[in-house]
Design a protein around this ligand. Structure first.
Ligand SMILES: Nc1nc2c(ncn2[C@@H]2O[C@H](COP(=O)(O)OP(=O)(O)OP(=O)(O)O)[C@@H](O)[C@H]2O)c(=O)[nH]1
Length: 394
């Protein structure tokens, strides 16, 4: 696919930066336009890959923001996104609209700018362009507290409604003991980029080789066109360089039509095994896979490692596991790649415990926030006046 990507807020910008870095490192070219929008000047300055002219500071004239962020208040994030929409839209004029299959809006949902602003910009894009708008929403980890859960649960509803599909990534699931916050984010952002780029680069028109079972961007679009929330599974294995060269040679002699031979069974098992491994290991957000409406398998790597039989078996296996006939599978040839990677999109998953838990935490937080607001004025009064009311203020 070819996409325009927009990062909203601090996490949104950092993840977009990583998506661009991963694209560059792996010789892909799926991002046809990248924009970072934030209310904190300092966060925009830290980005490495988003071009300077494509970094937009919003909310500068808002007294609550003044270039320093939305203070984890999504109402502020939504307000400034609405108020400064013209500036954002002006920047979006640079999108090569005839060259893209859709938009991807990225944000962390636990804060203010991304949580409130991303659904607003998704809706604006939806109204202005015919191309589909997808979301990538990062859920806060449980230990970030009630306010982050409250923001994320509210944003999840509006972001899902404003997009064709919201791919979720759960920080709680990917947290590791011993990581500092920044180190943890650096690592998780790389994991996000690996998964999202491997999945969405399939079918990109970049002049690279087209294989017999090549994934088409319309397949990816169809799988994403369900509405709701999605999760990505991923696994990869190293390609031994000698084997790669040997297979490449055989492929050249047989014009890529090698159907059987001593290696064919190995390749079939390898691809089938990788798909099983991906789906049974950690997903971007843990979900019951048989609740997915549609799925898509992308196998990416050197074409000498591909096996159509392996792909077919993997698809049949996933159809059984998801109890659905809506499973598409294809490959994405990357000559020279040193890994064989599999990304599986589980689209419109409806049983996601982590989202239920986030909503429970948000409901508790809402009643705490309400309770504290109700009693706060009395408590302040109690503190600043004497018990018997004998003292007069000056
Ligand atoms: N995976 C990942 N999550 C992040 C990162 N930075 C922040 N987050 C998550 O994103 C949420 C929102 O944080 P930010 O993006 O900093 O907030 P913001 O949208 O800029 O909003 P304000 O700071 O209130 O203006 C946090 O609650 C974290 O859960 C990151 O680099 N990677």
């Amino acid at each position: 696919m070819n996409l325009a990507v927009i990062g909203f807020g601090n996490a949104g910008g950092k993840v977009v930066d990583k998506l661009l870095a991963f694209e560059e490192d792996t010789g892909r070219s799926l991002w046809r336009f990248a924009l970072a929008v934030n209310s904190a000047e300092i966060d925009l300055a830290k980005l490495d890959h988003v071009p300077r002219d494509n970094r937009i500071l919003i909310g500068q004239t808002d007294q609550r923001v003044k270039g320093r962020g939305a203070g984890a208040d999504p109402e502020v994030g939504a307000d400034i996104a609405r108020r400064d929409h013209q500036e954002i839209e002006r920047a979006m004029d640079g999108v090569p609209i005839h060259d893209i299959d859709g938009f991807l809006v990225v944000a962390g949902l636990g804060g203010g700018t991304g949580s409130g602003g991303a659904p607003v910009i998704a809706e604006t894009l939806h109204d202005r362009y015919a191309e589909p708008v997808y979301g990538l929403g990062i859920l806060p980890s449980a230990d970030e507290g009630g306010r982050a859960a409250f923001n994320a649960a509210r944003s999840l509803t509006s972001f899902t409604e404003a997009t064709e599909n919201l791919i979720c990534f759960d920080n709680d699931t990917w947290r590791q003991h011993g990581d500092s916050v920044e180190m943890g984010y650096e690592r998780t952002n790389e994991e996000i980029a690996r998964r999202v780029v491997t999945l969405l680069a399939a079918g990109e028109l970049d002049g690279s080789q087209i294989s017999e079972a090549a994934m088409d961007s319309s397949d990816v679009k169809r799988t994403l066109a369900t509405g709701g929330v999605s999760s990505i599974a991923f696994a990869s294995s190293e390609v031994e360089s000698r084997t790669r060269e040997q297979r490449g040679l055989i492929n050249r002699f047989t014009n890529g039509h090698e159907e059987s031979g001593p290696d064919e069974n190995d390749l079939t098992m390898k691809i089938h095994g990788l798909v099983r491994k991906a789906v049974t290991s950690r997903l971007t957000v843990p979900a019951e896979i048989d609740s997915a409406e549609r799925s898509l398998i992308v196998v990416s790597g050197p074409p000498s490692e591909f096996s159509q039989k392996g792909l077919r078996r993997a698809r049949e296996w996933l159809e059984r596991e998801t109890d659905s006939v809506e499973v598409l599978a294809g490959d994405d040839p990357r000559e020279g790649a040193d890994r064989l990677s599999v990304a599986v999109l589980l689209s419109n998953v409806t049983r996601v415990d982590r989202i239920d838990a986030l909503q429970d935490q948000a409901v508790d937080a809402k009643s705490n926030i309400q309770q504290q607001a109700d009693t706060r004025e009395d408590e302040i009064n109690d503190l600043i006046t004497d018990d018997a009311g004998e003292l007069d203020p000056i």
